[in-house]
Design a protein around this ligand. Structure first.
Ligand code: PGA
Length: 253
């Protein structure tokens, strides 16, 4: 069994001071048995430097929530991979449905971002998700496979092997979202694994995200097709993340 990925994206939450407090507290709460997990946090850009410093030698990976595909230039308000590299980050989240829906992020832009991240040694965490309408039409697998194929177009096996995918149903995310059932997750993850294999990659880990909680994390983590969990609200406190790591570690022990 490979490592199990578990991490949290903070969205537009937490100041520098809050970030320092979160990571210091997480250090104290670090669960025994977390060794089989690869844990990551994805703070806002403004807190990356503080997070890096607070992490020190903790086995905690650090990611950014977005980046531009160009090296530099006239892109007001954007941040490049070169800039992110300075923070010693490990990964970059790309294509969260909030970015696709509210900020017009396209599959073509994501393809350029994935390639830029890989050029800079950052591991892309590509988020894909089906809408409620696609789900009703029985097109969930199709919808997310299309997103993966477009975002990863042109990657060779070595590059694919450095990527992560998060299946995050749009209908499952955030306030008012309802987590997918382990059966639903199993079906979509199976489609994603088949497509990723067809694309020539070595096993690309596929994480699940969307209303993951203390109540469902263990069941989701026990699914053989689930290689990790990507968590929002339930991991925005250090106690929340530590509890989820412990639950996942126990479920997979
Ligand atoms: P949630 O968010 O866990 O709060 O539903 C998940 C996400 O947006 O990645």
């Amino acid at each position: 069994m490979g490592t199990f990925w578990i991490g949290t994206g903070w969205k537009m939450n937490k100041t520098v001071a809050e970030t320092r407090r979160y990571i210091a507290a997480l250090k104290g709460l670090w669960p025994e048995g977390a060794g089989g997990c690869t844990v990551f946090v994805i703070p806002p850009f403004t807190a990356l430097a503080a997070a890096r410093e607070a992490i020190g030698t903790m086995p905690l990976l650090l990611g950014a929530q977005n980046m531009h595909w160009a090296e530099a230039g006239a892109f007001t308000g954007e941040i490049s991979a070169t800039m992110l590299e300075e923070f010693g980050i490990d990964m970059v989240e790309l294509g969260h449905s909030e970015r696709r829906q509210m900020f017009g992020e396209t599959d073509a832009a994501l393809n350029m971002k994935v390639k830029a991240a890989l050029r800079h040694g950052l591991r892309p965490l590509l988020c894909v998700g089906d809408s409620a309408e696609e789900r009703r039409a029985g097109a969930s697998g199709e919808a997310v496979v299309r997103q993966v194929r477009l975002a990863f177009a042109g990657l060779d096996a070595g590059e694919l092997g450095r990527c992560l995918v998060a299946y995050e149903p749009i209908w499952a995310i955030g306030e008012g979202g309802v987590a997918a059932t382990p059966e639903e997750v199993r079906a979509v993850h199976a489609d994603l694994h088949v497509a990723l294999k067809e694309m020539g990659g070595p096993a690309v880990p596929v994480l699940y995200g969307g209303s993951v909680s203390a109540g469902n994390a263990a069941d989701l983590a026990a699914e053989p097709m689930v290689d990790g969990l990507f968590v929002g609200r339930a991991a925005w406190t250090p106690e929340g993340l530590a509890g989820l790591i412990a639950a996942v570690a126990a479920a997979r022990a």
